[in-house]
Design a protein around this ligand. Structure first.
Ligand code: CMP
Length: 136
């Protein structure tokens, strides 16, 4: 299975990319593709369109377009579920010890990483940033 991950602007800015890569590899994920990008505000709005009725939509899309982030397509058995375990709860205060968000996240809004919440969304999210031929 595949999942989609983002190393968010806070984690890139704080130089956590290599540490987060180690979590990815140590947990047995294969990186099918990765790239450093800076989302436009429009791109962030489209990516998070399912949240457009939420009070945090503006804050979320401004933050996600505020700096460089790394987008990744990951492969592993039960990739979606396994990646969500590795990253921990959305709110770092609730995240288990040893998870990426517990270790590297600042707050609910600036929470270091993203992970798809279902296989269907993983497919959608990967294709938002990658063409099939980029997944090696
Ligand atoms: P992510 O997994 O990228 O999916 C949606 C994001 O919205 C989530 O991580 C959080 O960073 C963000 N988010 C969720 N709830 C809130 C909130 N109450 N305030 C600010 N951001 C939020």
């Amino acid at each position: 299975n595949r999942t989609f991950a983002i190393i968010k602007p806070d984690a890139v800015k704080n130089n956590y990319v290599d540490k987060i890569y180690n979590h990815i590899l140590d947990n047995g994920f294969e990186i099918l593709s990765a790239k450093l990008i800076k989302m436009s505000k429009y791109q962030a709005e489209q990516f998070y369109i399912i949240h457009n009725d939420k009070p945090f939509y503006e804050e979320l899309t401004s933050f996600m377009s505020s700096g460089r982030c790394m987008v990744l397509a990951l492969k592993k058995e039960n990739a979606v579920e396994n990646w969500r375990k590795v990253i921990g709860s959305t709110n770092p205060n609730d995240a288990e010890e040893g998870t990426i968000r517990k270790l590297y996240a600042n707050s609910l809004g600036e929470n270091a990483v993203h992970g798809s919440d279902s296989n269907k969304n993983a497919v959608k999210e990967i294709s938002f940033f990658f063409t099939e031929s980029e997944l090696i």
